[in-house]
Design a binder for this molecule. Structure first.
Ligand SMILES: *Cc1c(COP(=O)(O)O)cnc(C)c1O
Length: 361
């Protein structure tokens, strides 16, 4: 069987041992005579799965007891609305740090519900850096501060956690969750679509501090209230059963590797290999300020659109797929999430070297 190296930004690769285990358990899960795809979410056997996955996530991410873990649907994009609906309840104000497309969308969505101020933005520099703490114009009476910790499209990442005093910090971690340890206590809410680093598309994970669960804006749908999901252990309605099961397998795989600190070492090494090569290359360059580079999404360009297209085409033919940059920015992007083996990055660098030699001007 021939598997490609898939550099997609999401949905993205899943670890091969996870897929193999899912395959082995596909037709009859633990002797139940049914697939997890088929079983009732109210059955005893499924209840054991969802309870254990939540426990595993708490253990792997070291989530304190005063936080709830919610398994919801609608993607990270639905959280762009759910966050203000659940948190913009005191002063109807929030601060948004806009560092890319998704944080821009989140800010725009929040404007529907209240005053969503832009505390800082790197838009004027085409999102090639993350504003520093000194550059943030934070309002003391904001209900929360929102950031996107890793910018999937531009390939940048916060290299610090903004200090927001008593104002809760909300982070979209869709494209970096489980890539390294996180100090959950620094955040009021962490949310992430699963399809980058956790599981197949269809599941969204929300980690929310208990004291932030309560009143919501008038008109908030029952399904979008954190209280609904918290009170019903994410079982108010049918959860994305299979995705949750897959998250459990991914968490087992991370634990086998040695947890998030080991995961981080592997990820740092992969990213370093790619950035080191790009930095010494005469053909490829990376537009992001060095201290703000993403560990998960590595963007690069040749400076010549036709050559970029040629690169993507030849890369795909050689088994490196989905390496084209986001349609809004062009160039190339190699998403190297947890599941991308080190070998895949080594081989990509070899391929880039060869392409450079053949196409040097
Ligand atoms: C992919 C992504 C989103 C959008 O996620 P959906 O699940 O498709 O709604 C939002 N934010 C970030 C940082 C992402 O990487």
């Amino acid at each position: 069987m021939n598997r490609v190296y898939n550099f997609s930004a999401g949905p993205s690769m899943l670890p091969l041992p996870v897929l193999e285990r899912a395959q082995a358990e596909m037709l009859s899960y633990e002797g139940s005579g049914q697939s997890v795809l088929e079983m009732s979410h109210r059955s005893k056997v499924y209840d054991a799965i969802i309870v254990s996955v939540q426990e595993k996530l708490r253990k792997v991410m070291n989530i304190p007891d005063n936080y709830k873990v919610l398994f919801v649907q609608g993607g990270a994009s639905t959280q762009f609305a759910a966050v203000p609906m659940n948190l913009m309840t005191k002063n109807k104000k929030a601060d948004y740090i806009v560092t890319g497309q998704f944080s821009g969308k989140a800010q725009k969505e929040a404007m529907i519900y209240g005053e969503a101020s832009i505390a800082a933005s790197s838009k004027e520099a085409n999102f090639t850096y993350i504003p520093s703490q000194d550059e943030l114009k934070l309002n003391a009476d904001a209900d929360y501060v929102h950031i996107c910790f890793n910018n999937t499209i531009f390939g940048s990442k916060f290299n610090y956690i903004p200090e927001t005093g008593d104002v809760p910090l909300v982070a979209d971690m869709s494209s970096c969750i489980l890539s390294e340890p996180v100090d959950v206590t620094k955040y009021g809410v962490i949310y992430a679509g699963a399809q980058k680093n956790m599981a197949p598309a269809g599941l969204t994970v929300v980690i929310v501090r208990e004291d932030l669960i309560g009143e919501t804006l008038a008109g908030t749908p029952t399904m979008l209230k954190y209280s609904t999901m918290a009170e019903n252990d994410s079982m108010y309605n049918t959860p994305p059963c299979y995705c949750i099961y897959m998250l459990g397998l991914v968490l087992d795989w991370i634990e086998e590797i040695g947890g998030l600190s080991e995961m981080k070492k592997i990820n740092e090494n992969k990213a370093k290999m790619l950035y080191d090569f790009i930095d010494e290359s005469k053909l490829f360059s990376n537009p992001i300020r060095k201290d703000c580079r993403s560990m998960m999404n590595v963007t690069f360009v040749t400076g010549d659109k036709e050559l970029d297209d040629k690169f993507c085409k030849e890369a795909a033919a050689a088994g490196f797929v989905n390496i084209k940059g986001h349609r809004s920015v062009g160039g190339m992007r190699a998403s190297i999430y947890n599941a991308m083996p080190t070998e895949g990055v080594e081989k990509l660098v070899e391929f880039m070297k060869k392409f450079e030699a053949e196409n040097a001007k």
